[in-house]
Write a protein that binds this ligand. Structure first.
Ligand SMILES: Nc1nc2c(ncn2[C@@H]2O[C@H](COP(=O)(O)OP(=O)(O)O)[C@@H](O)[C@H]2O)c(=O)[nH]1
Ligand SMILES: [Mg+2]
Length: 299
């Protein structure tokens, strides 16, 4: 299945609601309420839903405008909102030696899988993976499995070891072994949020001991199924750790999708990539037009 069909399938709940709101209606007051509700249900956030609805009303569709005309218009409007948040993540060559990439986010969002997918994507730069989720043996095993499969280097520590200490020695190792990029997988236990954030701050500090300009990319991994709750995750990690971009995973699931629209706009953060499956090749560029069409349900 192509990327577009996967996302389209995942977002079908949303596009169906939009279709119902638009179907056979005249563009009047009732219509405006229905479409706004459908957009809010899609998690676009109230502000964006209101803006998009006004745009439709201002467009003054004639009586013979079809559902498809309206949906196409809406998809175009959303695409232009999202366009600025596309990124050249997939074309980027490391500009530092090594390039240090820190991957953060809540447990289960897909961090480890993203690190594996990135290792595969940037394989030509001889990546070193760092299993800095040192508390869970399973997490280390999971990353080892991927490092093996992709055929890249990995740095691990004994269970329960200090994550920041591991990161420090991993960067030394990367320098010695000429790894062009260091991909750091981290823990994401939110139940003790302060400990987690303190640990991430410490990791950042030790990275800076090696290279003041690093981490060169801090990537927040978000689960596409999360909806509006993703905002509080962005909020916390942005304030305490800093983020250069997000990766939204599980857009092959049954995501509502609108949260991506509100998140990028509210925090002015690029979408480095999207995850559309559990396989190693399932990390793809974020394309505003494809995403918007899938969200609204137009070809
Ligand atoms: N369907 C789907 N599953 C994903 C995707 N990304 C990750 N997963 C799955 O989500 C689960 C949690 O992923 P993991 O990388 O371990 O999350 P972490 O706790 O943040 O490291 C695993 O079962 C992954 O296979 C994705 O894009 N699509
Ligand atoms: Mg993990």
């Amino acid at each position: 299945m192509g990327i577009f069909s996967k996302i389209k399938d995942a977002l079908h709940k949303t596009s169906e609601k939009i279709s119902v709101a638009v179907a056979g209606k005249r563009v009047d007051e009732n219509f405006s309420q229905d479409i706004e509700d459908a957009l809010i249900m899609a998690d676009t956030g109230v502000k964006t839903a209101e803006e998009l609805t006004s745009k439709i009303m201002d467009r003054k569709f004639s009586r013979d405008a079809t559902d498809i005309d309206i949906k196409q218009f809406l998809a175009d409007e959303i695409a232009s909102l999202l366009k600025p948040y596309e990124s050249d993540f997939f074309e980027q060559e490391p500009t530092h030696n090594p390039e240090i990439v820190l991957v953060i986010g809540v447990n289960g969002n897909g961090k480890t899988t993203c690190v594996a997918k990135m290792a595969n994507l940037f394989k030509q730069y001889n990546p070193l993976l760092v299993a800095a989720d040192t508390f869970r043996a399973a997490a280390v095993e999971q990353l080892k499995f991927w490092a093996d499969k992709v055929g890249v280097d990995i740095c691990v520590a004994p269970n329960g070891a200090d994550a920041a200490g591991l990161v420090y020695s991993a960067i030394e190792q990367a320098r010695a072994n000429k790894n062009g990029i260091v991909l750091i997988d981290t823990a994401g236990r939110m139940q003790n949020r302060d400990d987690l954030l303190a640990e991430l701050e410490k990791i950042k500090r030790v990275i800076k001991k090696h290279d003041e300009s690093a981490p060169h990319k801090t990537i927040l991994v978000l689960d596409g199924l999360t909806g509006q709750a993703a905002h509080s995750q962005v909020d916390v990690f942005l304030k305490r750790i800093g983020i250069d971009g997000v990766i939204i995973t599980k857009l092959d699931g049954t995501a509502k999708g609108g949260a991506l629209v509100s998140l990028t706009r509210e925090y002015d953060i690029p979408v480095f990539a999207i995850g559309i499956g559990e396989g190693i090749d399932d990390l793809k560029p974020f394309r505003a037009e494809d995403f918007s069409k899938a969200l609204i349900g137009v070809e």
